[in-house]
Ligand binder design. Structure first.
Ligand SMILES: Nc1ncnc2c1ncn2[C@@H]1O[C@H](COP(=O)(O)OP(=O)(O)OP(=O)(O)O)[C@@H](O)[C@H]1O
Ligand SMILES: O=P(O)(O)OC[C@H]1O[C@H](OP(=O)(O)OP(=O)(O)O)[C@H](O)[C@@H]1O
Ligand SMILES: [Mg+2]
Length: 282
């Protein structure tokens, strides 16, 4: 039975549970449930603190887990990224009161507050910058400068709203671009059952990222239309009963849908329909 660690709280928890449910797994109804066995799918879920997921996976007590790339790197656990999951995207960045610190080099001799101190220490060591101190805080890191325990922070930035509210500006390149990832233990054979889980999660990712596009096009314009919608391998083309047109079906990136529909219309395609994909195995 594959043992899967899932975040029980925080930004990752609900989207992780939603994705597993979409992938056909049973999920808990009550947030106080700590363990859930899905007998039909031969998997067991352990609901753990997001920060602890990598620790359990690295120690081999659970086989795989869902966590953030930033949390994985900060944990120093013996675990590796297996599949990016496409949600909980964020950047991890330095910030300071507007105009005070504007380059990473200027962090030398200053105090840096973060909830991700291992990640910050490794990054600064890599850049050859020696801070005066790296202060570990559990959260609300943006308040640390105003309250006088740090000069600079390193924190998760999603929309930037929290930074703006605290009067802080980001500086330097992003330390990291993070998203939710499926992780497994490093340097060991892939656990039995991970392939099915991976295909199922990949299926959800594809269903979220792509739509199906159907359209009719006169035979003479078929090549031009197909060039607009090349699909994954090659689009499906079926002759229409009138003998003069073809019906085409192709997968298109959801974000490109309207641009592609406009281009197809220009080429001469008509009856252009978009359909949502509910599940997929490619
Ligand atoms: N706006 C966000 N705030 C915090 N974390 C985010 C955000 N967007 C994405 N994430 C990701 O979520 C993970 C952090 O989750 P975690 O549950 O530890 O913190 P949290 O969402 O801040 O929860 P908490 O309520 O405990 O503060 C990281 O991988 C982080 O990159
Ligand atoms: O760029 P934004 O969209 O504003 O999001 C980023 C903020 O959200 C998180 O804080 P959270 O609300 O989890 O509080 P915490 O700092 O106490 O963890 C994170 O630590 C940042 O502070
Ligand atoms: Mg938080």
């Amino acid at each position: 039975m594959l043992r899967i660690a899932v975040p029980n709280k925080g930004s990752l928890s609900t989207p992780a549970t939603d994705m597993l449910r979409e992938a056909g797994y049973r999920q808990r109804r009550d947030t106080r449930e700590l363990v859930l066995t899905d007998v039909d799918n031969d998997v067991e879920f352990f609901f753990l603190r997001p920060r602890d997921v990598a620790v359990y996976v690295g120690s081999g007590t659970v086989d795989v887990g869902i966590t953030g790339r930033d949390l994985l790197l900060d944990s120093g656990a013996h675990a590796v990224e297996h599949l990016p999951l496409g949600f909980a995207g964020s950047t991890f960045r330095f910030a300071a009161p507007a105009g005070t610190v504007t380059t990473v080099e200027e962090i030398a001799g200053k105090r840096v507050a973060s909830s991700y101190t291992t990640l910050v220490a490794a990054h600064l060591a890599d850049k050859g910058v020696e801070p005066a101190a790296i202060v570990h805080l559990d959260g609300a890191v943006e308040s640390s400068v105003r309250l006088g325990v740090a000069d600079v922070i390193a924190d998760v930035v999603e929309t930037g709203t929290t930074l703006r509210a605290a009067g802080l500006d980001v500086f330097g390149d992003p330390i990291l671009r993070s998203e939710a990832v499926l992780i497994r233990r490093a340097d060991t054979d892939a656990p039995a059952g991970i392939d099915v889980l991976t295909r199922r999660l990949q299926g959800v990712i594809t269903a979220r990222e792509y739509v199906l596009l159907d359209y009719d096009v006169p035979m003479g314009l078929l090549d031009a239309a197909v060039a607009v919608t090349p699909g994954f391998e090659s689009p499906t083309v079926s002759p229409l009963h009138n003998g003069q047109s073809a019906a085409v079906r192709s997968m298109v990136r959801r974000a490109d849908t309207n641009r592609v529909m406009d281009a197809l219309y220009e080429v001469g395609a008509r009856g252009i329909l978009v359909t949502q994909i509910l599940a997929s195995r490619l």
